[in-house]
Design a protein around this ligand. Structure first.
Ligand code: LLP
Length: 452
C-alpha cells in the first residue's frame, strides 16, 4: 500500500517529525519523552489513553504570540482547550481570554482570570449568561444578533451597568487551510453582514443604547489558515466599514478584532507561519488599508486558540489489537486498534482531519508498514489516524502517541459508548501532574437518575 501521495515512507520509523511535536518531545532509545517524562512511566502512573500537555511549550507559544503581537491584545480562544490550570497559565503569560459559553466563563472565573481581560462570544448567549457576564464585568461582549443587542441593552438598563461591546461582522470571506473563498460565505449563522447593511445598523443600535459602549468590529474568518490573503480581504472590508461608521455615524471606534484561525502542522503537508511573520503581515495589511482610507489605526486584537494549544498536547494510547485487512487488488492495510478513539478525538471523523503517530514505548528495527489507527468505538468511521507508517512489528501493549491533539480534541470529547474521557496530564521538567482527571464510572452515571 502506498497511502496518500503526500505521505512518504520514513527513513527510520522511530524518528520524530519535529515540527509536529511540542518542543520538549524527544525519543530516548525509542521511548518518547515529553517535558522530561517518559510516556511509558506516565501511562504506568496515570493510565491510557491520556492527553499529555507540555506546559513549557504551551507557555512558550502563548509568549510568542504575546511578544510578536505586542501592540495587540492577544486573546487565547478557550474553545480549543480550557481548564482552570490553562486559564491560569494564560493569565500568567499576559494573554486575554476568549470564552464562548457560560461554562467557559466559569472556568475563567475559577482559573482566576481577571474578568476585564475576558471576551465573551457566542451567537445565542442566554439572558442568564449575559446577565452573569455583565455582573462579573467581563471586558467585552461580542454581540452577534439584533435580538442579543436588545437583550443586552435591557439587562444593562436593569442592572444600571455598562457593557463594552464588539460587533461581530461577516466579512464575506471564509478561509480554511490552504485556500480562502471570498464573497460566498454570507450564508452562515455568525455575525452581521457588511454587504447587507446589517453590520452598520447593529453599530447604530449599540450606539443608541445607553448601557452599551461600542468598542469596535470583530471578524473571524475561519480556522487552520496558512496564508494571510484571506485576512487581507477581510481586513479591507472590515476597515472600510469602520471608516464608514466614522463618516456616517460620527464615531471612530477605538478597537478592532481580526479573530483567530492560525494553522498548525498536523502532518508533513502543513507548513504553518510563525507568530512574528503573521504579526508583520497583518500589521502591514491594516496599516496600508488605514492609510488608503485616511483613518487612524484602531487598537487591534486577535484570538488564536489552536496555534497555542494544538502542538502543546499529544495523546498517548495503548495498542490492543493489530489486524491485517486484505483490500481489493491484493493490497493489505494494517489496522491498529487503540484504547480510545472518536470519543477523545472526533476531528478525524468529523472533518476528515489528518494526524500522524509514533511508537512511543520502544525502538523497532522492523520495516515500516502503512497502518490505520482506529479506536474502540462501535463505528467504522472511528479512525484516529487515517494513514501512517509504523514499525511492522507493532503489537498489543505498545504505546502509540499522536501529536497535535491539544486543540478541539479534549474540548470536543464525548462519552460515546459510555467511554470515560481521558485525563489531561501536564508535564514539565521531568514531573507529571494531572490537571484534568480521568472520568470515573460514577462521573458517567452521575446524571443517570434512573426511573423513579
Ligand atoms: N475566535 C473565534 C470567534 C472563533 O470562532 C474561533 C474558533 C477562534 C477565535 C479560534 O480559532 P483557532 O485559532 O483555534 O483556529 N472545531 C474545529 C474548529 C472550530 C473553530 C471555532 N472557532 C476544529 O476542530 O478544527
Amino acid at each position: 500500500m502506498r497511502g496518500p501521495s503526500w505521505l512518504r515512507p520514513p527513513a527510520d520509523a522511530n524518528d520524530l517529525v519535529a515540527p509536529l511535536w511540542s518542543t520538549t518531545a524527544r525519543k530516548v532509545d525509542g521511548v518518547l519523552e515529553v517535558g522530561g517524562v517518559a510516556l511509558p512511566d506516565l501511562v504506568a502512573q496515570h493510565g491510557s489513553p491520556a492527553y499529555v500537555l507540555d506546559e513549557a511549550d504551551f507557555r512558550a507559544r502563548a509568549g510568542a504570540f504575546r511578544d510578536a503581537f505586542a501592540a495587540y491584545d492577544v486573546y487565547y480562544a478557550g474553545k480549543a482547550f480550557l481548564s482552570t490550570a490553562v486559564a491560569r497559565w494564560v493569565a500568567e503569560e499576559g494573554l486575554f481570554l476568549d470564552v464562548c459559553s457560560g461554562g467557559e466563563l466559569t472556568v475563567a472565573e475559577r482559573g482566576g482570570v481577571p474578568m476585564e481581560r475576558v471576551g465573551f462570544h457566542g451567537n445565542n448567549k442566554s439572558a442568564e449568561e449575559l446577565t452573569r457576564a455583565v455582573r462579573l464585568g467581563v471586558g467585552r461582549i461580542i454581540v452577534d444578533s439584533f435580538h442579543e443587542i436588545d437583550r443586552l441593552a435591557a439587562i444593562t438598563e436593569e442592572l444600571g451597568a455598562t457593557a463594552r461591546v464588539m460587533v461581530r461582522v461577516t466579512a464575506g470571506v471564509e478561509a480554511h487551510t490552504h485556500e480562502y473563498i471570498a464573497t460566498a460565505h454570507e450564508d452562515q449563522k455568525f455575525g452581521f453582514s457588511i454587504t447587507s447593511g446589517d453590520a452598520l445598523e447593529a453599530v447604530r443600535r449599540v450606539l443608541a443604547a445607553p448601557g452599551l459602549e461600542a468598542r469596535g468590529l470583530h471578524s473571524h474568518i475561519g480556522s487552520q489558515i496558512f496564508d494571510s490573503s484571506g485576512f487581507e480581504v477581510a481586513a479591507r472590508r472590515v476597515l472600510a466599514l469602520h471608516a464608514r461608521i466614522a463618516t456616517e455615524l460620527g464615531v471612530e471606534l477605538p478597537e478592532m478584532d481580526l479573530g483567530g484561525g492560525f494553522g498548525i502542522a498536523y502532518t508533513t503537508q502543513d507548513d504553518p507561519s510563525r507568530p512574528d511573520k503573521l504579526a508583520a503581515e497583518m500589521t502591514q495589511i491594516v496599516e496600508h488599508e488605514c492609510r488608503a482610507l485616511g483613518i487612524a489605526r484602531p487598537h487591534l486584537s486577535i484570538e488564536p486558540g489552536r496555534a497555542i494549544v494544538g502542538p502543546a498536547m499529544c495523546t498517548v494510547y495503548e495498542v490492543g489489537t493489530v489486524k491485517q485487512v486484505h483490500l481489493d487488488g491484493g493490497a493489505v492495510r494494517t489496522y491498529v486498534s487503540v484504547d480510545g478513539g472518536m470519543s477523545d478525538n472526533i476531528r478525524t471523523a468529523l472533518y476528515d482531519a489528518d494526524y500522524s503517530c509514533t511508537l512511543a514505548s520502544r525502538a523497532s528495527d522492523a520495516p515500516p508498514v502503512l497502518a490505520r489507527v482506529v479506536g474502540k468505538h462501535c463505528e467504522a468511521g472511528d479512525i484516529v489516524v487515517k494513514d501512517e507508517f509504523v514499525p511492522g512489528d507493532v503489537a498489543p501493549g505498545d504505546l502509540l502517541a499522536v501529536p497535535g491533539t491539544g486543540a478541539y480534541c479534549r474540548s470536543m470529547a464525548s462519552n460515546y459508548n459510555h467511554a470515560l474521557r481521558p485525563p489531561v496530564v501536564a508535564v514539565r521538567d521531568g514531573s507529571a501532574r494531572v490537571v484534568v482527571r480521568r472520568e470515573t464510572v460514577d462521573d458517567l452515571l452521575a446524571t443517570d437518575v434512573g426511573d423513579q
